[in-house]
Design a binder for this molecule. Structure first.
Ligand SMILES: Cc1cc2nc3c(=O)[nH]c(=O)nc-3n(C[C@H](O)[C@H](O)[C@H](O)COP(=O)(O)OP(=O)(O)OC[C@H]3O[C@@H](n4cnc5c(N)ncnc54)[C@H](O)[C@@H]3O)c2cc1C
Length: 544
């Protein structure tokens, strides 16, 4: 909602573009079949289109709106998402605009009980977390999408029908010119939390709704506090409640405050009431200067997901597949990882570089990530918003104890976003027990500084074999010479990379296009690497 007198997209700091519907003159060509159709040009749909384009695959994006998502949604983008954006060639404006941060502070009744720092240091290319408004995320993705010859976007085009066939999907689309159908080999449903595609295919989300409602308000003000996430438990401005405060670019601040059981949602979202409550929070954090209200909304946490993210030729990605509480900042971050996961797999299958069984690993890998989020988010949600009197008594006892004891303060540490480990994936090999540390199979590889730049700067776009030892590297290069989608990277056995990979001479890691480890060997042999590569691409019979 926006203050009285301002329209839906009448923002204090962001100019919403208006995208035209496809021209009528193009009507005759609109029904051409497409390799991949993507429903929803939100952040996840656009990321999927870019990731497919990186694989050389053409797609058509449909969105029923004429502009980006309005209002205020995701603001916290995790380090791993920056790697995804980097691989799409889209990260530069994000790095320039977003506010990187590492620190969070929790307060109980006005007194600081915890300061946590997320892992960071000179070996890291990106900060652990960045704050940037979802409007900018969509704008920067859109700039990359509109630069791509392989992506066609049809705005003001509503998908009103979807049907699976034996070798594709048929979509019915309605735009200002009328209704038409289009055939696609594959369909990605990135059509958000209410996903009409989900409904059209008769699929339902399952899970829980959590206690607690929050008002989310964005305000613009000059407030001299660094980019540190603040959580206020039982503050004087909201007795018994929780307040979260985040800084965003353009002097925009996100204030989330919990409503008490007695507060009526309609009343609490009235402009004058929001202004009064925001004023109280601002006065609590020592801001007595002017401020302007940008936007507000009401929110309650859900943990809901599909049982299977695949239905025939249709894959669900982002919010259409899962709805997670915002406290863990995973909705968008997990959606980008979904898009990356299905896009490289689809690209490899469509280019004949991988067996079709590879597509069956999408749902277990990404649904596993959602279930993991649910576990953590449920703990966070219970701490932020105790669901019963008993939970509240325990939570308040921990917070009181934290006033004098550091260990109790750690309970108020919100669980941070870390990429999920695909340990159970059918296309990831069992670990080599000889390793004592370093990333096990299924994990995302760590960053390391090399003599020139970072490790991630040297990775090829497909699979990579990171070898610690020149002899093995040479042998692999010879054996894999015919493969143009696998790069062999030879690193010194005494290096920062060897240290973070827990690797001695002759160790090797097979790394997938999404930077997850497919297999590792303490004493690698070329034949083992080739076997693991076949397993990771479901190419069991193929010659390597
Ligand atoms: C208040 C709030 C705060 C949040 N904070 C965070 C955060 O800090 N970090 C984080 O990671 N996540 C956060 N999230 C979650 C994040 O906003 C979502 O996860 C993200 O927007 C999901 O992107 P998506 O592309 O899957 O879906 P959406 O952004 O919902 O996009 C779906 C698109 O599909 C289009 N569409 C729908 N139906 C059709 C149809 N029939 N035909 C054509 N097009 C259609 C819609 O117009 C829309 O553009 C927050 C969410 C909210 C509400």
């Amino acid at each position: 909602m926006r203050p009285a007198g301002r329209g839906e997209t009448d923002s204090l700091y962001f100019d919403y573009p208006c995208f035209d519907a496809p021209e009528k003159a193009r009507g005759a060509t609109l029904s051409e079949p497409t390799p991949v159709a993507i429903v929803g040009a939100g952040p996840v749909g656009m990321t999927a289109a870019l990731a497919l384009a990186r694989e050389g695959i053409r797609s058509v994006l449909f969105d029923n709106k004429s502009t980006f998502n309005d209002g205020s949604r995701a603001i916290c983008v995790a380090r791993e998402s920056f790697y995804i954006l980097e691989r799409l060639g889209a990260v530069a404006p994000f790095v320039e605009k977003a506010l990187g941060w590492t620190t969070g502070r929790s307060f109980y009744r006005g007194q600081q009980i915890l300061e946590f720092n997320m892992p960071d240091g000179p070996s890291e290319k990106f900060r652990p977390m960045y704050n940037i408004q979802q409007q900018y995320i969509e704008l920067y993705l859109w700039q990359a999408v509109s630069d791509s010859d392989l992506i066609e976007t049809r705005w003001q085009s509503e998908v009103i029908g979807v049907r699976n066939t034996s070798d594709g999907a048929i979509l019915t689309i309605r735009d200002t010119n009328g209704t038409y159908t289009i055939a696609a080999d594959w369909l990605l449903a990135a059509d958000g939390a209410r996903s009409p595609v989900r409904g059209m295919l008769g699929r339902r989300l399952a899970g829980e709704n959590h206690e607690g409602r929050y008002v989310i308000a964005d305000v613009q003000m000059n407030h001299d506090y660094p980019t540190i996430r603040r959580a206020l438990f039982d503050p004087a401005c909201r007795p018994g409640g929780t307040v979260l405060i985040h800084r965003q670019p353009d002097n925009i601040w996100r204030i989330d405050y919990q409503l008490t059981e007695n507060e009526d949602a309609d009343e609490a979202t009235r402009e004058d009431v929001v202004r009064r409550n925001v004023e109280a929070v601002l006065s609590e954090i020592g801001h007595d200067g002017p401020w302007e209200l940008e936007w507000w909304s009401i929110y309650s946490a859900n943990t809901l997901a599909l049982d299977d993210y695949r239905d025939g030729r249709v894959f669900f990605i982002g919010d259409s597949a899962h709805i997670v509480p915002i406290f863990g900042v995973r909705g968008l971050n997990n959606g980008l990882a979904d898009a990356q996961n299905i896009a490289w797999k689809l690209g490899w299958v469509m280019r004949g570089k991988a067996g079709t069984d590879l597509l069956d690993s999408y749902s277990p890998e990404r649904r596993g990530a959602t279930v993991d989020v649910f576990e953590n988010a449920t703990k966070s949600a219970r701490f932020m918003t105790p669901p019963s009197h008993g939970w509240r008594v325990m939570r308040d006892a921990a917070l009181s104890l934290a006033l004098d004891h550091d260990f109790a303060g750690r309970l108020a540490n919100p669980r941070q976003m870390t990429p999920y480990t695909y340990g159970e994936s059918p296309v990831v090999c069992p670990d080599d027990p000889a390793f004592e540390n370093g990333p096990e199979p299924g994990k995302v590889i760590p960053e390391a500084r090399l003599q020139q730049g970072y490790l991630s700067d040297h990775l090829g776009p497909g699979f990579n074999v990171i070898c610690f030892g020149a002899e093995l590297a040479q042998e692999l290069e010879d054996r894999l010479a015919a493969e143009d989608d696998i790069r062999v990277l030879s690193l010194p056995a005494r290096s920062e990379a060897a240290h973070v990979f827990g690797a001695a001479r002759t160790a090797a890691y097979l790394v997938r296009p999404d930077r997850h480890v497919a297999a590792r060997w303490h004493q690698a042999r070329a034949t083992s690497v080739i076997t693991a590569y076949r397993k990771a691409t479901c190419n069991n019979g193929a010659e390597a």
